[in-house]
Design a protein around this ligand. Structure first.
Ligand code: URA
Length: 210
């Protein structure tokens, strides 16, 4: 992929996103919607996978049929909210390996602090899809990508539900090679680092915490 950012404006994605933004949407529905949107976004992020052909027999005749060229994949959840996007990607790519990066945001400095890192072997040969619903300041996303690159990853894409312009810019500066796919780039961040208008705290809304 050559461009840095793709905003998926498909009607289904945008409709589901509106339901997720609505503060009246309950936890169970929020989780289900996130899974569904992620599946649609994952469809977009895998659009340019390298292809090959293989010989198969249809009931009618032999043909050279298109097939994915066998690039191995890893989905890496940026904890904890990233976990809400895992199922959507895995439904589309069941053979993907799964990794986890644990970073929390210091509420004072808004800087990421690492507490967990576990990723599949052979990251250098895999397409790595990092997932986190909210690309806000971009600090934890950029830090997560730093860690993935240190672990060997060379082809990383970033899948999020919502992005702030500040987060997109931070990622573009820190990791211009990482293509971002999202459902929306919202207006801005507020003074607490929340995306405006956003949908609130994605982790709290999907896990029913406060
Ligand atoms: N993380 C969230 O969950 N929501 C935001 O608006 C920003 C960061």
């Amino acid at each position: 992929m050559s461009e840095h950012l793709t905003v998926v404006d498909h009607p289904l994605v945008q409709h589901k996103l509106t339901l997720m933004r609505d503060k009246a949407t309950p936890t169970s529905e929020f989780r289900q919607l996130l899974r569904e949107i992620t599946l649609l976004l994952a469809y977009e992020i895998t659009r340019e996978l390298p292809m090959t052909t293989k010989t198969i027999d249809t009931p009618i005749e032999e043909m050279e049929a298109p097939a994915i060229a066998g690039k191995k994949m890893a989905v890496v959840s940026i904890l904890r909210a990233g976990n809400g996007m895992l199922d959507g990607v895995l439904e589309l790519v069941p053979s993907a390996r799964v990794g986890f990066v644990g970073l929390y945001r210091d509420e004072e400095t808004l800087q990421p602090v690492q507490y967990y890192f576990k990723v599949p072997e052979g990251l250098e040969d895999r397409l790595v899809i990092a997932v986190d619903p909210m690309l806000a300041t971009g600090n934890s996303s950029a830090a997560a990508v730093d860690l993935l690159k240190e672990a060997g990853a060379r082809d990383i894409r970033f899948l999020c539900l919502l992005a702030a312009p500040e987060g997109v810019e931070r990622m573009r500066t820190a990791h211009p090679d990482v293509h971002i796919v999202t459902a929306s780039v919202d207006k801005r961040l507020n003074e607490k680092g929340y995306i405006v208008p956003g949908l609130g705290d994605a982790g709290d809304r999907m896990f029913g915490t406060k």
